[in-house]
Design a protein around this ligand. Structure first.
Ligand code: PLP
Length: 382
């Protein structure tokens, strides 16, 4: 079986974790601080704040900017629900905008039409690792007085011009869930160049303490003058993250090579479209390869995926539905099928194929052969 994804841990992580577990500090300690420094340096950001998940990072970015009831937050119609949920957590209203069919990224023209005096934030998602059209989005949002937050959950080391994802707007949020480009088991990081925002996020991820453990003059004594959560990354997670960073260059290069090998192997399959990983100033970091099936529904995605599974190829879907049509949002806001045609098409008609470093050398051939057979079988069954 070639699984869609697999955590890639070895002796380095095991030893790093044992070292932490053998010591006296398991939370808010020096390993998380070292991880933050290393990640900030890598991303080219002034500040990196470790958090307990990518979702926590997204929430904190809005919360620390005082986004609240009456505010609108623009989000893409296809993403992980975490993007929209972070607005909901703050009592703000997510405003869904459809995406570009060639990239899955939020449509800048759609953002321009949705911006209004209630728009406090635009949350862009670098879909499967390809940065959005940030020049236009930043210009339009700034002119409207709105902040821009990057959901860079799948965009470690993706670039836009000379800059990396996470440094392209007010703040960026990364996720280190087990099968991401790198993992901390659960965990994430917020990057920003804004010192005040970094300070707010740092405090609000830890109950709103005025003094961190290191800065307390009297042990155990602090004041709380802000509402905060417990969204910290622990020392074990940070130790895993540091070990993963050491291997990231090599692993990203394998993803890049794998993506191209698989894209080439699928080139003669007329029924499958593959997103270009370089578009304008944006360069993907190759989370997976999305095979886009015909929009007319002539091939049933679920049948093709089932055939691939029978051929021992693991797949995934990004994402399983347009978020505004998921029950929670549909019931709350009354969205209807057909309102987000591109997101609905991508949700129904794409299959995510593996390109991560766990795949075997012959993976591209195996997947393309299996996909060809799956398409033929599915066509005949129709
Ligand atoms: C685009 C996007 N945003 C946010 C998240 C949530 O990240 P986490 O699982 O670390 O909370 C994910 C998770 O896959 C994601 O794909």
């Amino acid at each position: 079986m070639i699984p869609f994804g697999r955590p890639m841990l070895d002796q380095a992580e095991i030893e790093a974790v044992i070292k932490v577990l053998s010591g006296p500090i398991l939370a808010h300690g020096p390993v998380a601080a070292a991880f933050e420094t290393a990640f900030a340096e890598r991303a080219g950001a002034q500040y990196a704040i470790s958090v307990s998940s990518g979702t926590a990072g997204l929430h904190l970015c809005l919360f620390a900017n005082d986004v609240g009831p009456g505010d609108e937050v623009i989000v893409p119609a296809i993403t992980h629900v975490a993007t929209a949920h972070s607005a909901e957590y703050c009592g703000a209203k997510p405003i869904f905008v459809d995406v570009d069919p060639e990239s899955g990224n939020i449509d800048p023209a759609g953002i321009a039409s949705a911006l209004n005096s209630n728009t406090r934030a635009v949350m862009v998602v670098h879909f499967l690792g390809l940065p959005c059209e940030m020049d236009r989005i930043n210009a339009d949002a700034t002119a409207n007085g709105s902040i821009v937050i990057e959901d860079a959950a799948l965009a470690v080391d993706a670039t836009y011009g000379a800059k990396k994802a996470g440094t392209l707007a007010t703040a960026g949020c990364f996720s280190f869930y087990p099968i991401k480009h790198m993992t901390t088991i659960e965990g994430g990081v917020v990057t920003t160049d804004d010192a005040d925002l970094a300070d707010q996020i740092r405090r609000r991820k830890a109950f709103g303490y005025d003094l961190s453990h290191e800065t307390r003059v009297k042990p155990g004594i602090y004041d709380v003058n802000l509402l905060g959560y417990n969204y910290r990354m622990n020392e074990v997670e940070a130790a895993v993250g540091l070990a993963q960073l050491d291997k990231l260059d090599e692993r990203l290069e394998i993803r890049r090579a794998n993506y191209h090998a698989l894209k080439d192997a699928l080139a003669d399959l007329d029924e499958v479209t593959v997103f270009e990983p370089t578009q304008g100033k944006a360069q993907s970091c190759f989370y997976c390869l999305n095979a886009v099936l015909p929009r007319d529904g002539s091939l049933d995605r679920d049948s093709v995926a089932a055939e691939l599974k029978a051929a021992n190829i693991g797949t995934s879907v990004h994402y399983p539905g347009a978020v505004p049509l998921m029950s929670y949002y549909r019931e709350k806001y009354g969205y209807k099928q057909g309102q987000f045609p591109v997101a609905e098409w991508l949700a129904a008609q794409t299959i995510s194929l593996p390109v991560a470093p766990h795949v075997p050398d012959d993976f591209a051939n195996r997947i393309s052969t299996a996909l060809k057979t799956a398409i033929q079988t599915t066509k005949h069954a129709a």
